[in-house]
Ligand binder design. Structure first.
Ligand code: 0RA
Length: 636
C-alpha cells in the first residue's frame, strides 16, 4: 500500500505530460481565467520571495504577441546542481510538479493556495518558456519548449545585481479560446496583491500598446489603503481607517475597518492572498469580535437606552467597509469553490486581535465612537421597523389570495427552471407583453409607481416600497437576511425597459436593488436584461430588426440595400411595438437577444453602484462620460 503510494508519487513527479493532458485540473480552466492564472502563478513566486524579505519589486510586462515577462529583484532561483536530480535546481523547479519550497524551508510561503501549482505548470502549458537568473555575480539562462529543456541551464554573462526573469508564451493548442491577455484583468489582481502585501511595488506594462500602457501599484498602508480605495466616493463616519496588524502563533493578521453613511456591509476576506469569497474562520472571528466589542461600548454609553432591541451583528456592520487578510502556514481551503478558510485556530486569533485593537481605538477616539454607536442605534431601529413593515404587509395583504401582486400575469408552468418573468416598466408595454408572451412559461410583471434609489434609502423603506414590494413578492425569495434562493419562482428574471435614457435609469435602479438586497440571485446568474431593437428595417418584402446603429449599418451592408429602397422605423419605446413584434424581437426565446448580468468582481461592482447611485455627482458624471453608459456596460 505504502509502496504503491510512493510509486504513484514518483509517476506524478516525473513528467509534465499530466498537466498537458488535464490542464483544467491544475489551473482551473483553459479559458481566459486559466490563461491569466499563468501570470498569477509566476507572480506568486516573486511575492513569496518578497514576503521572505528579499525582493521589493515585481514587474509584469505584456510583450507584443502576448508574451508575458515577470521580473523580480529577489535572490534569484538557485542554479547549483541538485544532488539527487543531477541537474540545476532551476531546472528541477521548472520541470517537476510541486518542486517549490524544498530549497527554502525557512521561507514563509504564501503561494500554494487555491491553484498554487508552481512555475512548472506554466512551463508545461507554454510553447516556450525562458528563465534568466542573476545571482552570485553571474547571469544564467535556460530555455524550454512545451515543458522540456532545450539545453541545460548555462552561464551567459556577469551581473552586479540579483533577480529572476521569466518569459513565456501560452500554448494556443491548450488555450484554444484565446491567448490574448486583458490589461484590466491583470491590473485588478496586481492591484489587489499590492494592497495585500504592503511595501511591495508591482508594476504592469502593456507593450502591445503605443505608447506603452503602464500601472504602478505600491501601497505603504496595505489593507488600510485597500479600505480607503473601497470607500472612495463614500461619506465616511471617521477620518482615519481603523487598522490593526499583528502576528500571533505564526498567523499574520491584518485588518482595516471604516464605517460610511450607507446601509451596506462590504467585507472582503483573504487568506494567503486568495480572496475567500465563501468566508471562513477569519471572517467569523472578525464578525464575532466586532459585535462583542461594540456591544460593550454601547452598553456603557448614553445610546444604550435608545436601542429598541439588543444589538445584532448586522446592526454593528451596517455601513461598514472592511478587509481582513490573514497569512497562515498551512491554509485549508474548503467549500464548493474552495473559497472558504477552514483553519479553526484562526478564528480565535482574529477575534483576539480585533477585540484588543478595536477596544483600544474606541477608547482613544470618543468622537468617532459616538458616530459609530449612533449608527448602530439607527440600524437597529430600522431593522425593527423593517420587520414591522413586513408583518404589516402580510396582514394587510394587498395581494391576491396566493400572495402574489394583482398585476402579475403568471405563467402556467410550475417548475421554476422552466419559468421566466419579465419585469416591464410601464403599463402599455406591460399590456403588449402580456398579449405577446408564451403564457405557458412566461410571466409578466408590469411595474408602476415611484421607484426609489435603494442606495440612499434605509432597508425598511426599501422593502415596503410600492414598486419593489411586488417584485419581492413575485420572485418569492424574500430579501436580505431572509433571502432564500431555493424559493425562487423563475430561473430567468428579465428586466425589460426602453432602450433610452429613462429605460437605462430604471434598469440601473433595479440592478442596484438586486445587487444590494438579492446578491445571490445576481451571483447565481438569474438576472437578465432584455434587448429590444432600436430599428425596424423593411425592404424587398423582408423585415429585419437592428439593436443599435452599428447593427443597422451591418444589415444594410449585408443585403447591399440602397438607402432609398429601405424604410427605417426607429422605435421610441417598447410601447410602440405591437404584441407580435414584441414577441418576435424581444421575447421569443428562439430569436430574442438577452444579456445575462454577471458579477465577476465584487469590488468593481460595488464601486460602480456607489458611483452610479451614491450622493456624489462629479464621480458619477465622470463615470458616465468615461463609459458612455450603455446597456452593454451594465454587463458587470
Ligand atoms: C528558493 C531559494 C532561493 C530563491 C528562490 C527560491 C526564489 C524563487 C523565485 C521564483 C521567482 N522569483 C524567485 N526568487 C527567488 C534563494 C536561496 C538563497 O539564495 O540562499
Amino acid at each position: 500500500m505504502n509502496e504503491n503510494y510512493s510509486a504513484d508519487q514518483i509517476q506524478i513527479l516525473k513528467g509534465l505530460e499530466a498537466v498537458r493532458l488535464r490542464p483544467g485540473m491544475y489551473i482551473g480552466s483553459t479559458g481566459p481565467d486559466g490563461l491569466h492564472h499563468l501570470v498569477y502563478e509566476i507572480v506568486d513566486n516573486s511575492i513569496d520571495e518578497a514576503l521572505a524579505g528579499y525582493c521589493t519589486e515585481v514587474k509584469v510586462v505584456i510583450e507584443k504577441g502576448d508574451v508575458i515577462r515577470v521580473d523580480d529583484n529577489g535572490r534569484g532561483i538557485p542554479v547549483d546542481i541538485h544532488p539527487e536530480e543531477g541537474v540545476s535546481a532551476l531546472e528541477v523547479v521548472l520541470t517537476k510538479l510541486h518542486a517549490g519550497g524544498k530549497f527554502d524551508k525557512n521561507s514563509y510561503k504564501v503561494s500554494g493556495g487555491l491553484h498554487g501549482v508552481g512555475s512548472s505548470v506554466v512551463n508545461a502549458l507554454s510553447t516556450w518558456f525562458e528563465a534568466t537568473v542573476e545571482r552570485q555575480g553571474k547571469i544564467w539562462f535556460q530555455r524550454f519548449q512545451v515543458g522540456d529543456p532545450v539545453a541545460p541551464c548555462k552561464e551567459i554573462g556577469d551581473s552586479d545585481r540579483t533577480g529572476t526573469s521569466i518569459r513565456f508564451q501560452a500554448d494556443p493548442s491548450i488555450f484554444t479560446e484565446t491567448t490574448a491577455y486583458t490589461f484590466d484583468i491583470l491590473a485588478k489582481r496586481l492591484r489587489e496583491l499590492a494592497f495585500l502585501n504592503k511595501g511591495i511595488r508591482i508594476r504592469l506594462q502593456d507593450e502591445r500598446e503605443t505608447p506603452v500602457k503602464e500601472h504602478d501599484f505600491f501601497f505603504e498602508g496595505g489593507v488600510k489603503s485597500f479600505v480607503e480605495y473601497l470607500n472612495t466616493n463614500k461619506n465616511k463616519l471617521h477620518d482615519e481607517v481603523i487598522y490593526f496588524e499583528k502576528e500571533r502563533d505564526g498567523v499574520m493578521v491584518e485588518i482595516a475597518l471604516e464605517w460610511n453613511d450607507t446601509y451596506i456591509e462590504n467585507i472582503f476576506s483573504f487568506a494567503n492572498n486568495i480572496n475567500t469569497r465563501e468566508g471562513g474562520t477569519h471572517l467569523i472571528g472578525l464578525k464575532s469580535a466586532l459585535t462583542r466589542t461594540i456591544n460593550v461600548f454601547l452598553n456603557e454609553s448614553k445610546f444604550s437606552k435608545k436601542m429598541p432591541e439588543p444589538l445584532s451583528g448586522e446592526d454593528a456592520r451596517e455601513g461598514l467597509t472592511a478587509v481582513v487578510s490573514v497569512k497562515v502556514p498551512n491554509p485549508q481551503f474548503e467549500g464548493q469553490t474552495k473559497g472558504k478558510l477552514g483553519n479553526s485556530e484562526v478564528k480565535g486569533i482574529v477575534e483576539q486581535v480585533v477585540n484588543e485593537g478595536l477596544q483600544e481605538y474606541l477608547e482613544r477616539h470618543p468622537k468617532e465612537t459616538e458616530k459609530i454607536l449612533e449608527k448602530c442605534v439607527l440600524a437597529a431601529t430600522a431593522r425593527v421597523a423593517a420587520r414591522k413593515a413586513r408583518e404589516n404587509a402580510r396582514r394587510k395583504n394587498p395581494f391576491e389570495s396566493n400572495g402574489l401582486p394583482g398585476k402579475l400575469a403568471d405563467c402556467q408552468e410550475r417548475d421554476p427552471a422552466k419559468c421566466e418573468v419579465y419585469i416591464v416598466e410601464g403599463d402599455s408595454a406591460g399590456g403588449s407583453a402580456k398579449m405577446g408572451r408564451d403564457r405557458a412559461t412566461q410571466a409578466i410583471l408590469p411595474l408602476w409607481g415611484k421607484m426609489l434609489n435603494v442606495e440612499k434609502t434605509s432597508p425598511d423603506k426599501v422593502i415596503s416600497n410600492e414598486k419593489l414590494l411586488p417584485v419581492i413578492q413575485t420572485l418569492g425569495t424574500g430579501v436580505a437576511d431572509s433571502f432564500d434562493l431555493e424559493k425562487l419562482r423563475y430561473h430567468k428574471v428579465i428586466i425589460m425597459a426602453d432602450a433610452d435614457v429613462d429605460g437605462s435609469h430604471i434598469r440601473t435602479l433595479l440592478l442596484t436593488f438586486f445587487f444590494r438586497y438579492m446578491k445571490d440571485l445576481v451571483e447565481a446568474g438569474h438576472i437578465y436584461i432584455a434587448m429590444p431593437p432600436l430599428y425596424k428595417l423593411s425592404f424587398a418584402k423582408q423585415v429585419h430588426y437592428a439593436y443599435d446603429e452599428a447593427d443597422r449599418e451591418k444589415i444594410l451592408a449585408e443585403f447591399n440595400i440602397a438607402a432609398d429602397k429601405v424604410s427605417i422605423q426607429r422605435y421610441k419605446g417598447l410601447g410602440e411595438m405591437n404584441p407580435e413584434q414584441l414577441w418576435e424581437t424581444t421575447m421569443n426565446p428562439m430569436t430574442r437577444n438577452i444579456i445575462r448580468v454577471k458579477l465577476d468582481d465584487a469590488v468593481e461592482a460595488d464601486s460602480i453602484f456607489t458611483i452610479l447611485m451614491g450622493d456624489l455627482v462629479p464621480p458619477r458624471r465622470k463615470f458616465i462620460e468615461d463609459n458612455a453608459l450603455t446597456v452593454a456596460n451594465l454587463d458587470i
